[in-house]
Write a protein that binds this ligand. Structure first.
Ligand SMILES: Cc1cc2nc3c(=O)[nH]c(=O)nc-3n(C[C@H](O)[C@H](O)[C@H](O)COP(=O)(O)OP(=O)(O)OC[C@H]3O[C@@H](n4cnc5c(N)ncnc54)[C@H](O)[C@@H]3O)c2cc1C
Length: 554
């Protein structure tokens, strides 16, 4: 395969020569650096590359050019190289145009001239864009293949596991991919073995659990040590932030994750309000970056591995894992977030995974191409999912119990939804039944005001109806509120009294539970804000209190 291209565009020959020299010096080994002196010439080059199926990774163009300015060029270039990352090179005076272009044309970044020293002003930014491009780039397929039925709940579980753990794979539906049957035959398998994972070395796994697949793929599910300074349960934004701060400040840190790093945020198709990412970022990107950062500081990550119980013995805190093994630590941070609330209506449980899904927008969107999709829920997560599906599905109908989105959704999302032609919002509506033999075929809706019912055909229903903490495993040990959220710091105070069993002179620290040395951060905590940034903040703050706790017991 040809090296991916970076195309530089500027009408000023001196600037073009300078940027080419710098970009070539740093990226020339991996990328082909091409240049053009006008938007028109650059479009010709992109046409040639597209005809030869040669990948284009990055377009970097000056904004001020005669005839066609940078934004216009990037807009037209999108047709020819839809996957390429697009950045503007602007003078300081043009930054307003660049910011407008982020919103209107969706450029990925703008750089301000001059870019000296390139080691600080140019390379890190371009490297980041190229890493993002590479993460989504699909070269001719040589990796793992998953063969199964579209409506199989087990196949869905494996797809979800692979997608959320950022493991590239090719999905082959036995009913639509003729290659699937040929590959099964070559592996001496038949439909009774589905779902089947074909590994790049030619071996196969029939009906594996995510944990078996993880072990085969070399994901870590067993710890190196039996004792850590800090164990963190849950690797959503708060757990990952705790891990990065803990390990970077010298704590031997273990992070344990039941499903996939990123938590709820990892399932988001676009987070637009996280500071520092003006054009938004996907949850998968956020998770990938945070895991890389945590690993760089030496954090050990076990996934998929579930913590099932906790106990205390003197200064040590112990966690039991789903495989029965036990790990100990000096301090424990619980960052287990929340999980989607289940919808309790006839037919739903049987069809979950076979047309009915909780979350899973990223995993199933492609299978919904040209279908009529229904999304239940009226909060941001449902809105983001609807926007994401609108790119693939023929129509997306949002089913909202309340009489408007305004009470539960951010205005920027409401605006986006209103401007998207194939999304309809049906308010005052609940799903009351789902029907289908082996997969979802119809849903029955009821008007919450009139009670009027209607049954509609669909094969895809996605549910985003709020979330609850799953903290039963901590019951009777760590104090929780009526809904299961963990009580910390001042929330433990009962009429001016310390929690029962609390023996220390001091009050519990801000994010400490009723058990000294066991902390909680993020969505799982009573009264938390339930945003990515606040989870990250709490994860970081918890580490400060953990240091204070450790200084008392060591
Ligand atoms: C679809 C969607 C879109 C969203 N979009 C935005 C947005 O745009 N902006 C924003 O600010 N917020 C957004 N949010 C909210 C945001 O994602 C959450 O507030 C944030 O992820 C909470 O982080 P957390 O680390 O506390 O918990 P979580 O993200 O819930 O992570 C907890 C992790 O703990 C793991 N876990 C649970 N129990 C165990 C156990 N016993 N053993 C091991 N692991 C366990 C879970 O598998 C999970 O990975 C969105 C949420 C969703 C669902």
């Amino acid at each position: 395969m040809a090296k991916p291209a970076i195309l530089l565009v500027d009408d000023d020959p001196d600037v073009l020569r300078a940027i080419e020299r710098d970009v070539r010096r740093h990226f020339g080994g991996t990328y082909r650096v091409l240049r053009a002196s006008s938007g028109a010439q650059a479009l010709d080059i992109l046409t040639q590359l597209a005809l030869r199926h040669e990948p284009v990774a990055l377009l970097l163009t000056d904004q001020r050019m005669p005839e066609m300015d940078g934004v216009e060029f990037l807009e037209q270039a999108k047709e020819l190289s839809p996957q390429a990352k697009r950045a503007l090179l602007t003078a300081y005076a043009d930054t307003d145009a660049a910011i407008r272009a982020i919103n209107s044309v969706g450029i990925d970044y703008y750089l301000v001239k001059p870019w000296d020293p390139p080691e600080e002003q140019l390379y890190p930014v371009l490297q980041d864009l190229l890493d993002d491009w590479l993460a989504d780039f699909n070269p001719p397929f040589e990796g793992l293949r998953l063969i199964g039925h579209r409506w199989s709940a087990m196949a869905h579980e494996l797809k979800d596991f692979l997608t959320r753990n950022l493991i590239p794979y090719q999905w082959l539906d036995v009913e639509t991919h003729t290659e699937a049957l040929r590959l099964l035959e070559l592996a001496n398998l038949d439909a009774s073995h589905l779902p089947v994972v074909l590994l790049p070395d030619g071996t196969s796994l029939s009906q594996p659990t995510p944990a078996q697949l993880a072990e085969t793929l070399g994901l870590r599910i067993h710890a190196d040590l039996s004792f850590y300074d800090l164990i963190i349960v849950g690797s959503g934004p708060s757990g990952l932030a705790g891990a990065v701060y803990g390990a970077s400040e010298g704590l031997r840190t273990m992070l344990i994750e039941r499903e996939a790093p990123g938590g709820q945020a990892g399932t988001s198709s676009r987070i637009e309000n996280y500071l520092g990412f003006p054009s938004g970022l996907s949850g998968a990107d956020l998770a990938r970056r945070a895991v890389t950062q945590a690993r760089r500081f030496g954090v050990e990550l076990l996934t998929p591995q579930e913590v099932t119980s906790v106990r205390v013995d003197g200064p040590y805190r112990f966690v039991t894992l789903a495989d029965g093994s036990e790990l100990s630590c000096s301090a424990l941070l619980i960052a287990t977030g929340v999980s989607y609330r289940k919808l309790d209506i006839p037919g739903l449980e049987r069809l979950t995974g076979s047309g009915v899904y909780y979350g899973a927008a990223m995993t199933e969107a492609l299978s919904c191409r040209d279908s009529d999709v229904f999304v239940v829920g009226g909060a941001n997560s449902a809105g983001q999912a609807a926007m994401y599906f609108s790119r693939y599905a023929r129509t997306v109908t949002m089913l909202v119990r309340g009489d408007s989105l305004a009470k539960s959704m951010s205005q920027y999302l409401i605006d986006q939804i209103q401007q998207t032609g194939n999304i309809t919002v049906q308010t005052c509506t609940s799903v009351v039944e789902v029907h289908g033999e082996s997969n979802l075929e119809t849903i029955t809706l009821a008007n919450t005001q009139t009670g009027e019912r209607q049954t509609l055909p669909t094969s895809a229903l996605f549910i985003f109806i709020g979330a609850m903490p799953r903290t039963e495993w901590l019951a009777d040990f760590v104090l929780r509120d009526e809904q299961g959220f963990l009580l910390t710091g001042p929330d433990l105070d009962r009429d001016g009294k310390r929690p029962s069993g609390w023996k220390l002179q001091r009050a519990p620290f801000l994010l400490e539970t009723n058990v000294p040395g066991i902390f909680a951060a993020g969505d799982v905590r009573h009264g938390s804000v339930k945003r990515v940034a606040s989870g990250v903040g709490e994860g970081a703050v918890a580490i400060q209190f953990i240091h204070r706790y450790l200084s008392e017991v060591r």
